[in-house]
Design a protein around this ligand. Structure first.
Ligand code: 5GP
Length: 211
C-alpha cells in the first residue's frame, strides 16, 4: 500500500520563534523526527553537538557535498548549513515524518528535489512570522547578542525573508507567533491535519475491512 511521507519545513526569520516551536513539537507524541542539521558555524555557548547541530569544519562540509550526502544545503550569514539524506531516510524507514528548521534557499532546493519525489515525500512549508517589526526588534535586543548595527542588518534580512515566504505558492501555512504556546498548538494542529490526509493513510491498518 502507498504510504506518503511528509517533510515539514519550518521557515521564518531569526527570533521568529521557529526553533522553540520545532523543539516543542519534537517532544510530543506525534510520529515525527526533528532533523539535526550539519553546520560550519561555531557553536554558541548553550549549544550541544548532536542536539542542536553537527558542527563541522568547512573542509568536512565540502566533502559531504562532494559525496552527495545532503538533500539540501545553503550558505547563510557566511556559514554553511545542510540536511543529510540519511537522517531523512532513517526517519522514513521508522515510519516517522520529518521536521526541518531551515532557511529559504534550502526550501527552494527541496521544492526542486527529485529525490523527494522518489521517496514519495510531500513538502509542507510552514512560515513562522513575527507579529510586528517592533516585537522582532524587542526579541533581538532581549537576546543581548547583537550590536544596534547588527540588529539593523538582521531586520533587513528578516524583511526579505518575510517577503519571499508570503509570496504566492511559497508557504502552505502561516503562523503569526504572538504567543508561543498558541503557536505550538497551531503547528501541532497543522501536522495532525496533514497526517490525517487520505494520501498519508496506511490502509493496512484497516485490512480487516478490505476484501
Ligand atoms: P542559526 O545560525 O541561527 O542556528 O541558523 C541560521 C539559519 O540557518 C536559520 O534560518 C536556520 O533555520 C537555518 N538552517 C539551519 N539548519 C539548516 C539546514 O540544514 N539547511 C538550511 N538551508 N538552513 C538551515
Amino acid at each position: 500500500m502507498k504510504f506518503s511521507k511528509k517533510l515539514f519545513c519550518f521557515i521564518g526569520p531569526g527570533a521568529s520563534g521557529k526553533s522553540s516551536i520545532c523543539t516543542a513539537l519534537s517532544k510530543t507524541d506525534l510520529p515525527i523526527t526533528l532533523s539535526i542539521s550539519t553546520t560550519t558555524r561555531a557553536p554558541r555557548p548553550y549549544e550541544i553537538e548532536g542536539r542542536d547541530y553537527f558542527f563541522v569544519s568547512k573542509d568536512s562540509f565540502t566533502q559531504e557535498i562532494d559525496k552527495n550526502n545532503f538533500i539540501e544545503y545553503a550558505e547563510f550569514a557566511g556559514n554553511m548549513y545542510g540536511t543529510s539524506i540519511s537522517t531523512i531516510k532513517t526517519s522514513f524507514a521508522e515510519n516517522k515524518h520529518v521536521i526541518l528548521e531551515i532557511e529559504i534557499q534550502g526550501v527552494k532546493k527541496l521544492k526542486e528535489s527529485s529525490l523527494l519525489k522518489e521517496m514519495d515525500c510531500e513538502l509542507v512549508v510552514i512560515f513562522i512570522c513575527p507579529p510586528t517589526k517592533e516585537e522582532l526588534v524587542k526579541r533581538f535586543k532581549a537576546r543581548g547578542a547583537d550590536s544596534p548595527e547588527r540588529i539593523n542588518e538582521r531586520l533587513i534580512i528578516a524583511e526579505q525573508e518575510i517577503a519571499e515566504s508570503i509570496a504566492p505558492n511559497f508557504s502552505n501555512y502561516v503562523i503569526v507567533n504572538k504567543d508561543l504556546d498558541s503557536s505550538i498548538d497551531q503547528a501541532r494542529a497543522i501536522i495532525i491535519a496533514e497526517l490525517s490526509k487520505r494520501s498519508v493513510f496506511d490502509t493496512s491498518v484497516i485490512s480487516s475491512f478490505i476484501k
